[in-house]
Design a binder for this molecule. Structure first.
Ligand SMILES: NC(=O)c1ccc[n+]([C@@H]2O[C@H](COP(=O)([O-])OP(=O)(O)OC[C@H]3O[C@@H](n4cnc5c(N)ncnc54)[C@H](O)[C@@H]3O)[C@@H](O)[C@H]2O)c1
Length: 323
C-alpha cells in the first residue's frame, strides 16, 4: 500500500511532493527510492527529523501504527494512517489522543470516502433522497487469498471489514450491535464457542444501527472472479446501489456466450479514490483544517471490529458503543 501512495505522490498530487520513502526492510526501501526517484530511509526517525518533510503517510503493518502516530505527533507532523488504526484499542486511543494534544491532523485511510461513486451516494443520502433509511448491504470480496504467512498475521474483521464498518457509519449512522458468522475458506462453519477459531475465509456481519436501520456486510477472501465491492442502501422513498466493477465497458459475445471484465483488485477498483484521498490530505494540511475522516473514525471501526470478533468467537450479538 505504501508503494501505491508513493507512486500517486510521485505522479502528482496538487499541493504535495514526495520527499522520501522509508521501510524497515532496506531492500524494500531502496527499491521504492529508486522506483520513485527519491531518497530512501530505513527508519521513521530519519523521516521525522528531515525538515523538508511536512507530513507523513503510515502504511506499515497495523501493529506498528500506534507507535508511528505517537512519534509523528511528537514531531508535529500531520499524518495519514492506513486502516486499521491498530489491533489494540488502548494503544489506538493513546495514539489518537497524542495527535489531538499535539494539534496535528490524523487522517484515516478509509478511501471509499473519496471514491466518486461513494461520494455521490453520500450526497444523495444526506439530501434525503432515499427518505428514511431502512436497510444497508455491502460486500467486499477479494479475488485471491494472500499467502499463508500473511493470512496468519491478518485479522479479516479489522483488515477488511473496517472499511465496511466505516462505510456503514458514514452512509447510514452509528452502529449499536453486530453479530458475525464465519466459515473457513472451505465451508466448515465456525461454531460459537470454538476455543481458537482459525482466521475465517468468509464472514457475514449483521448490523443493527442505533437509529433503527439494519444491515449486512459480507467479506470473502477468495471468490476467484474478481475484486467485488458493492453497496446498497434501501430507504422508504428509494434505493441506491453503488456497483462499479467494470474496468472497461466492453462486452465480448462469442460461442461461450457473453464475457465482461471485472475489477481484479482493490487498486484497480479504487485507483481514483487513492489519489483523491491524498489530494484531500494535502488540502487539509495546507488549509490547517480537520480531516473529513479522522483518528476517531479509526477508533470507532476498531470498536466494531473487536465486537465482531467477540461475536464470531462467542456467538450471539454484541452491543457496541462507539463513543
Ligand atoms: N486502504 C486500502 O485499500 C489498503 C489496501 C492494502 C493494505 N492497506 C493497509 O496498508 C498497511 C500496509 O499493508 P501492506 O499490505 O502494504 O503490508 P506489507 O506487509 O505488504 O508492507 C508493509 C511494509 O512495511 C514495512 N515495515 C514493517 N514494519 C515497519 C516499521 N516499523 N517501520 C518501517 N517499515 C516497516 C515492511 O518491511 C513492508 O515493506 C496495512 O495497514 C494495511 O491494512 C490498506
Amino acid at each position: 500500500m505504501g508503494r501505491i501512495h508513493a507512486r500517486n505522490l510521485a505522479q502528482g498530487v496538487a499541493g504535495a511532493r514526495l520527499v522520501k520513502v522509508a521501510d524497515a526492510l532496506a531492500s524494500a526501501a531502496k527499491r521504492a527510492g529508486q522506483d520513485f526517484g527519491v531518497a530512501a530511509e530505513t527508519s521513521l526517525d530519519a523521516v521525522l527529523e528531515d525538515p523538508e518533510v511536512d507530513a507523513i503517510i503510515i502504511a506499515t503493518p497495523p501493529r506498528t501504527h500506534p507507535q508511528a502516530i505517537v512519534r509523528a505527533a511528537a514531531s508535529r507532523k500531520p499524518m495519514l494512517c492506513e486502516k486499521p488504526l491498530a489491533y489494540d484499542l488502548e494503544e489506538a486511543e493513546r495514539a489518537v489522543a497524542a495527535a489531538r494534544s499535539a494539534g496535528v491532523q490524523l487522517q484515516m485511510g478509509f478511501h471509499r470516502r473519496f471514491d466518486p461513486s461513494y461520494v455521490a451516494a453520500k450526497a444523495r443520502v444526506a439530501a434525503g433522497a432515499l427518505g428514511s433509511l431502512q436497510l444497508f448491504f455491502t460486500s467486499m470480496r477479494d479475488k485471491h487469498a494472500p499467502p499463508d504467512d500473511v493470512l496468519r498475521r491478518e485479522r479479516l474483521l479489522f483488515d477488511a471489514t473496517s472499511h465496511d464498518f466505516d462505510a456503514a457509519r458514514w452512509l447510514v449512522g452509528e452502529v449499536a450491535e453486530v453479530h458475525s458468522f464465519g466459515t473457513r475458506a472451505s465451508v466448515r462453519a465456525l461454531r460459537p464457542g470454538d476455543e481458537d477459531p482459525p482466521e475465517p475465509g468468509n464472514v457475514v456481519t449483521v448490523l443493527r444501527f442505533a437509529d433503527g436501520p439494519i444491515g449486512v456486510i459480507d467479506n470473502s477472501r477468495a471468490v476467484r472472479y474478481g475484486f467485488d465491492c458493492r453497496t446498497e442502501i434501501v430507504g422508504s422513498e428509494g434505493t441506491l446501489r453503488i456497483d462499479a466493477p467494470r474496468v472497461a465497458h466492453v462486452e465480448t459475445l462469442d460461442a461461450r456466450g457473453s464475457t465482461r471484465d471485472y475489477t481484479s483488485d482493490f487498486h484497480q477498483r479504487f485507483s481514483g479514490a487513492y489519489v483523491a484521498e491524498l489530494q484531500a490530505f494535502a488540502r487539509t494540511i495546507l488549509a490547517d483544517e480537520e480531516p473529513s475522516v479522522m483518528g476517531e473514525d479509526g477508533l470507532a471501526a476498531i470498536r466494531l471490529s473487536l465486537a465482531a470478533e467477540r461475536s464470531l468467537r462467542g456467538g450471539g450479538g454484541v452491543a457496541v458503543s462507539v463513543a
